[in-house]
Design a binder for this molecule. Structure first.
Ligand code: GN1
Ligand code: MG
Length: 368
């Protein structure tokens, strides 16, 4: 039986047809996502925005509508398929791009991209190279987007010094009495305090440029064509804000070049896969090398380490705060994720020279 809540929300978007199936998609850790199919053989994604995380759905949707329109125009210019290479959001009956239900829940809907899939782990090097192309292209498409019109959907999202402060506050408060079981992880973070402000200092000094970036570039935020296995487009557009190329590059490496899933508990399986790293660098730099400045290229590998560190610190903070932010399936989920990310950080530290050498190899290849 189809949940009445979903039917009510779907009807608010006035697409007609009756729902024949609803399937929840649980890959994302923040919003609640449903694939809805109708008897008119149409498929939609209905998504309940997590308003604990995104406090201001109207500003969030303003960003997304502006950005997807910009991308659509560019795809049209080159004769591309904008229904497939971009997300197409639909207004609800009030004319707005999200619907408020009677419990103040905020919902949005967009057309489902058919014959597509996502990967939590790259199937092979080509998959990950292709993801690199997509994120590189995404940044290029938005290079002339008016950044000043974007709202900050989550304050200080990748402002790592603020994340570090939140972490220290969570340790200090220890509201769930969990501190004792993660002393080692807490120390791991404190030992790397200097890393937290390296990039933000370079921004303040005017060395690293802010660009319009995606900021949540995990591999499962890319759609792949089921027939060609090539990336089609980038999804999960909630955190598009001015940021660093290093954040987008770094978070992709964090999620896709880990030899294990981000919540693998067996740490012997966790580490940086340099072959996958190289494939992503190849795809990403083939699109962006000419546009990136030397300071960005010099810090790409560090960006991967920092994004992994930041994410681990966020998982640890959420564990200490009682699992209020990330979707978890068991009580240890966030601490398992944090340990996993810190193992990956330690492994990247061991391989930092090799990672930098790979970046330089492709910098040369694509800037000649
Ligand atoms: C969240 O929404 P999703 O699952 O794509 C999170 C990212 C984390 C990621 C860790 C808005 O991404 O920042 O890196 O989980 N998104 C938000 O898996 O916090
Ligand atoms: Mg996602």
């Amino acid at each position: 039986m189809i949940n009445q809540e979903i039917i009510t929300v779907f009807e608010a978007f006035e697409r007609g047809g009756n729902i024949v199936s609803v399937n929840q998609i649980t890959a994302g850790l923040i919003n609640a996502t449903y694939l809805v199919e109708t008897d008119k053989r149409e498929k939609y994604i209905l998504q309940k925005i997590n308003t604990f995380v995104f406090k201001n759905p109207d500003k969030l949707m303003e960003n997304i509508i502006g950005v997807t329109k910009h991308i659509r125009d560019k795809i049209k210019e080159v004769g591309g398929d904008y229904k497939r290479e971009n997300l197409n959001f639909l207004p609800c009956n009030s004319g707005e791009y999200y619907f408020r239900d009677e419990n103040n829940g905020a919902w949005r809907m967009y057309i489902y991209v058919d014959e597509a899939l996502t990967y939590n782990k790259p199937k092979n090097n080509d998959t990950f190279r292709s993801a690199g192309h997509s994120f590189g292209r995404f940044m290029k498409l938005l290079a002339d987007y008016p950044a000043a019109t974007l709202h900050e959907t989550i304050n200080n999202f990748h402002y790592t010094p603020a994340r570090y402060k939140n972490f220290l506050n969570a340790v200090e408060a220890d509201i769930k009495g969990r501190k004792a079981v993660c002393e080692k992880e807490i120390q791991f973070v404190i030992d790397r305090k200097a890393d937290t402000h390296k990039l933000t200092d370079l921004i303040a000094e005017g060395v690293l440029p802010l660009r319009v970036t995606h900021n949540d570039t995990k591999l499962n935020n890319v759609l792949f064509d089921i027939n060609t296995d090539k990336s089609i487009c980038v999804i999960d557009l909630d955190t598009i804000m001015p940021g660093l190329s290093l954040y987008d590059f770094g978070d992709s490496i964090r999620s896709g070049a880990n030899m294990a899933a981000e919540d693998e508990a067996d740490l012997s399986k966790v580490g940086i896969d340099l072959t996958l790293f190289e494939a992503f660098v190849d795809g990403y730099l083939s699109e962006t090398a000419k546009n990136l400045c030397d300071a960005e290229l010099d810090n790409l590998a560090f960006g991967a380490k920092l994004m992994t560190f930041e994410c681990g610190m966020r998982f640890l903070t959420d564990y200490l705060e009682g699992d209020v932010y990330f979707r978890t399936t068991h009580a240890e989920h966030n601490i398992v994720r944090a340990r996993n990310q810190f193992k990956l950080v330690a492994d990247m530290e061991k391989h930092m020279d090799e990672m930098n050498a790979i970046v330089m190899k492709y910098k040369e290849k694509y800037t000649k």
